[in-house]
Design a protein around this ligand. Sequence first.
Ligand SMILES: NC(=O)C1=CN([C@@H]2O[C@H](COP(=O)(O)OP(=O)(O)OC[C@H]3O[C@@H](n4cnc5c(N)ncnc54)[C@H](OP(=O)(O)O)[C@@H]3O)[C@@H](O)[C@H]2O)C=CC1
Ligand SMILES: N[C@@H](CC=O)C(=O)O
Length: 426
Amino acid sequence: MAVAVILLGLGGVGRAVLARLRASSPAVTGTEFTIVAVADSASILTAAPDPGGGGGARFPSLDAPTLDAVVAAKEARRPLASVGTAGHPVVLGSRVCGGGGSGGNDDGSAEDGVLLGMAAAAAAAGDTPLLIDATASAETTQLLVAAAAAGVRVVSANKVPFSSDLPSFAALLPSPAGDGAAADGASPDGGAARPDGAAAAARARRLVRAEAAVAAGTPVIAALTRLVSSGDRVHRIVGCVSGTLGVLTTAVAAGTPLSTAVAAARAGGLTEPDPRADLSGGDVARKALIMGRLAGLPAPGLDAIPVEPFVGRPHLAAGGDDVDAWLAALPAADAAAAAAVAAGHRYVVTVDVAKGTVAVGWAALPPGSPLAGLAGAANAVAITSDCYPPGEELLLRGSGAGVDVTALGVLADAVELAHTADVRPL
Ligand SMILES: NC(=O)C1=CN([C@@H]2O[C@H](COP(=O)(O)OP(=O)(O)OC[C@H]3O[C@@H](n4cnc5c(N)ncnc54)[C@H](OP(=O)(O)O)[C@@H]3O)[C@@H](O)[C@H]2O)C=CC1
Ligand SMILES: N[C@@H](CC=O)C(=O)O
C-alpha cells in the first residue's frame, strides 16, 4: 500500500510528524508513506509541475534534500516560500485553506481546490491520498470535511475542526448527538439536505482520525469510540487532559514560578502556539467538547461550557496580541498559581453525559481519585459507563503533550487508516 501524504502545518508537531513519516518502515507499518506536498500558512510546496494534473503517472514525491531544506527553513522560522523553486518543486504563494478568511466556515477556496486536486491526482495514479492537519487553525475545517467526503483519508492533531459547529464534527467523527444532524441530511456548511446524508456522513467518518487532538498519543478517542460503537452508554468522563497545565502544576509545586514554567513549556513545544489558549482553559474546553460529543452529549458548543481559567482573567488580557509582552507581564500571576497548587488542586474536566453538563476548572480531588498522583505532561481520563461502573472505571493514563508523542498519535492514526478499506472512489 502506497500512501501519498499532504501535510498541513510545519510547526513543532508538523515537523515531528514529518520526521516520523520519513523514518517509518514499510516492514513495520505495512505502508509506504511518501510526502507529496507540505504547507505552511502561506504556501504549498509540491514536486508536481501541475499539481492537479496526474494523467495516470505516479504523483511525484518531495525528495530528501527538499524536505531537509523545508525542515531547516521552518526551524529557523522562515516561510516555506523561502525554500524556493530550485529543481521542480512548485510553490503556490497564497493563503492556504479558507482563502484568507479567519473563520472555519468558508465555502472553500482556490487553495482547498488545489489540495483536493492533488489528492485526486495521487489517487488516479494508484496511491492512497492522506491529508494530515498539523495546524492550529480554524481555516482547515471545511477542507477536512470536503476531503473526507471525497474519499481522502484525514488525520488531524488540530482540535479546532472538531470543537466548532456540531455539523462539522458530525461530518468528521461519530457521535450519537451528531448523528441526528447527519440523519437529517444536513450538510456541514448548512446547505440543502441530501437524501443520502446519513450514509454519506457515515462513509466519510470512517476515513477520519483525530486521536492526537485530545491526549496526543494516549488513545482516549479510540477508547470512547469503542465503547459507544459497541452500544455501551457513557455516563461520565473525568480527566486531566492538558499536558501543559500538568507540567505547570508540577513545576509550581516544586517551587518554580509559573511565569518561568510557562516560558519553558512553550520552548519545549508543549503549549499551544499562544500559551494563553492553555492558561485560559480554552484548549481543555475544546478537548472536553470533543470527548462529550463522542460520548453522545448534546453539547451545544464551546461558548456554553463554563470555564474557570488556570490564571485569573486579568492575567490573560495583558500584552494584547503580543505573546512575548504577555509573558513579560505573567510574573504578576505567580503568587496566585502557587497558592492554588499548594492547596492540592488540579485542573480538571468533568463531562456528565446524563446531566448534559461540562465543567472545566480547578478542583480538589477526592481521596482515591484515579487522577491523583499525576506529574508532568501525564494526562489521565476516567470513563464510567454501563459496562464500567464507578470503582471499575475505564482508565487511560499517559503522556498527553509534546511533539514526539503527538506525532506518534498522528502516525498511528495514519497507519490505521492506510489499512482501512477504501469506501468510495475519488
Ligand atoms: N504540542 C503538543 O503537545 C500538541 C499539539 N497538538 C496540536 O498540534 C497542532 C500543531 O501544534 P504546533 O506544531 O505546536 O503549532 P505551531 O504554531 O508551531 O505550527 C502550526 C503550523 O501550522 C501552519 N498553519 C497555520 N495556518 C495554516 C493554514 N491555514 N494552512 C496550512 N498551514 C497553516 C503554520 O504556518 P506558519 O509556519 O506559516 O505560521 C505552522 O507551520 C495544534 O493544533 C495543537 O493543538 C495536539 C496534541 C499535542
Ligand atoms: N497544549 C496542549 C497540547 C495538546 O493538545 C496540551 O498541553 O495539552
